[in-house]
Each structure stands twice: as structure tokens, then as C-alpha cells.
Design a protein around this ligand. Structure first.
Ligand SMILES: *Cc1c(COP(=O)(O)O)cnc(C)c1O
Length: 307
């Protein structure tokens, strides 16, 4: 079966390379049709679930994961139900509905929305997890296949981490491509730094609350496999401010004419602001992961609020 994601552009960013004095490669997954890399893993998982007989797909994500499930369901001709909390923006709800999915708005937080989603699961339904599923990791790993297939092997891979599904998939792809020696630079924002805190504590830490505006990175606890990746693959964890993430989104827009969200700006901030972890590297690959629910106006508002 054809995958639901597309092969995205990979190129060396002239502005970022000149700025930082090294080759900065960009993998532009913000240009996936549903707006983020999520369709790689979620698309793969949904295809597999439908092949195994799923009659309906359910999700409780109001962000890129929900959009990806809705997109996958439309392409696989199965109904989709997405339960989102009140806090989900009108734009995100509209994007999910435009994919033809049913949207139910319920509760003040993701927890409550997820509980309702769970209670709606009937016999042939599958509740799709946004990051803690080996099928999702498998799909995300195709990003590395594409880069390795183009003959590029960077000195490090810079990636944003929420629940850690993307990280798991990239590490899987890196091992398969003979990149076991290529370090991952895992970036989070302050207030969504569940990986950084877990690395420091030596075990998985659950954050009491998410206080970053990079809501897409807002998993209170990373999945176990992501924590294991910090031990069985070279990895450095860094944390940037919301302000740096938003500013990187604006600089990226000026440099490359693509709007991305702060979750993605976090990785870009590590490069724009010259994180010391990059100092000795001749080249890096940055996963430009997405930004479907962010608008120009929203970026400007965040920037003036944090100025
Ligand atoms: C989901 C998402 C992330 C985080 O991915 P995880 O697999 O949860 O770590 C980062 N950036 C964007 C744009 C996302 O949609």
C-alpha cells in the first residue's frame, strides 16, 4: 500500500549555514499535506489498523495528531471521531472537520477529552495514540530513510520532543541507516521539558503542568521508549525559552517563507541561537516538524507578548 505521507524537501539552508558557519540541512516536514511529520507515523499506524479491520479511528488530540488521524481516515475511507478539549483553537477544530472527521468538544483539558474518547470506543474502533505506539515510530522512521537515501549523513540531528514519538522513530531510522554514531540533539521548551527533567533525574519524570506555549510539546511524561533512546543512542537534551522558539519561527519565516509553530521553532532556536552543543559540528540536520495550526497573526501576538 502507498504510504499516506509524501517525501518532503531536503536542502541545505543558505541563510542558516552562513549564519552558523556550518552546513545546516533542513527536512521540511511542515510541508506534509496535513501540515506536520505526524502523518508519517499516524498514517502508517492507521493503515495498519484499518488493514486489521478497524471500522473507525478515534483520537483525542486537538493538534497535529488529530489532524493526521482525520486525514488518514479520509484517505482510508473510514469514519473518524476526534474528541478535543475546550482549549482547542477554532482553527484546529476547523482543520479537523475539513478532513471530514466528527469533532466533539469536551472538558477543560486533554485528560477529560481523552476519557470521553476512551468511553466511546466500540468493538471495531481503534483509539490512536499520538506518540506511544511502535507502528507510529515505524512510520516516523521513514524521515531518516529519505535523508539517508539522498546521500546526506549529518553530524547531528536536531529534533523537537513532546511525548517522544518522533524521537523514537528517528532513532529507529538512524540505527537502520548505519547512523548509530550520529548524535540526536533533543530540544524542548521551558515548561514542556519532560525529557530534559527525566534525563537529569535518571528516570521518567511527570511534569505537574505544561506551562509552555509550545502546546504540541506538552506531554507531561515522555514514553518509556523515548527514555530508553536517551540511554541507547548518543543524545543531548537542551531546553530553550518560549520566546526563543517564537523568535526562531519569525526568523525562519523571513529566511524560508514557511510558517511553523513554536514546537518546531524550539529546534530552530537551537540553531539560530547557536546552542553550544552544536559547536564542533560541521553539519546538522534540522527536522522542521510542522505548524498547521499556527498563523502569522498568532506568531506576532506571541512575539509582542513576550517582548
Ligand atoms: C507532535 C509534534 C511534536 C512532538 O512530537 P512527539 O512525537 O510527541 O515527541 C513536535 N512538533 C510538532 C509540530 C508536532 O506536531
Amino acid at each position: 500500500m502507498e504510504p499516506l505521507h509524501t517525501e518532503t524537501p531536503l536542502f541545505e539552508s543558505r541563510p542558516l549555514s552562513v549564519l552558523t558557519g556550518r552546513s545546516v540541512w533542513l527536512k521540511l516536514d511542515a510541508l506534509q499535506p496535513p501540515g506536520s511529520f505526524k502523518i508519517r507515523g499516524i498514517g502508517h499506524a492507521c493503515q495498519e489498523y484499518v488493514r486489521r479491520g478497524a471500522g473507525r479511528l478515534i483520537s483525542s488530540s486537538g493538534g497535529n495528531a488529530g489532524i493526521a488521524v482525520a486525514y488518514a481516515g479520509r484517505h482510508l475511507s473510514v469514519p473518524v471521531l476526534i474528541v478535543v478539549p475546550e482549549t482547542t483553537s477554532g482553527l484546529a477544530r476547523a482543520l479537523i472537520r475539513r478532513e471530514g472527521a466528527e469533532v466533539i468538544v469536551h472538558g477543560d483539558s486533554w485528560q477529560e477529552a481523552n476519557e470521553l474518547a476512551e468511553s466511546r470506543v466500540e468493538e471495531s474502533d481503534v483509539l490512536v495514540h499520538p506518540f506511544d505506539d511502535p507502528l507510529v515510530w515505524r512510520g516516523h522512521s521513514t524521515l531518516i530513510d529519505e535523508v539517508a537515501g539522498s546521500g546526506v549523513k549529518p553530524g547531528a540531528v536536531v529534533v523537537s520532543v513532546g511525548g517522544g514519538g518522533l524521537l523514537c522513530g528517528l532513532v529507529e531510522g538512524m540505527k537502520r541507516s548505519g547512523w548509530a554514531d550520529v548524535p540526536v540533539i533533543a530540544v524542548e521548551t521551558e515548561g514542556a521539558d519532560s525529557l530534559a527533567q527525566s534525563v537529569r533525574a535518571g528516570h521518567r519524570v511527570e511534569l505537574p503542568a505544561i506551562t509552555s506555549l509550545a502546546i504540541t510539546l506538552g506531554a507531561k511524561k515522555i514514553c518509556q521508549r523515548a527514555f530508553d533512546c536517551t540511554r541507547d543512542h548518543p543524545l543531548q537534551s537542551i531546553v530553550v525559552s518560549d520566546r526563543a522558539a517564537v523568535s526562531a519561527c519569525q526568523r525562519f519565516l523571513a529566511d524560508h517563507r514557511v510558517v511553523v509553530e513554536p514546537a518546531c521553532g524550539a529546534s530552530l532556536a537551537a540553531v539560530y541561537d547557536g546552542a553550544p552543543e552544536l559547536d564542533d559540528l560541521e553539519s546538522v540536520l534540522v527536522v522542521v516538524c510542522g505548524g498547521a495550526t499556527t498563523t502569522l497573526e498568532q506568531l506576532a501576538e506571541w512575539a509582542s507578548a513576550s517582548a
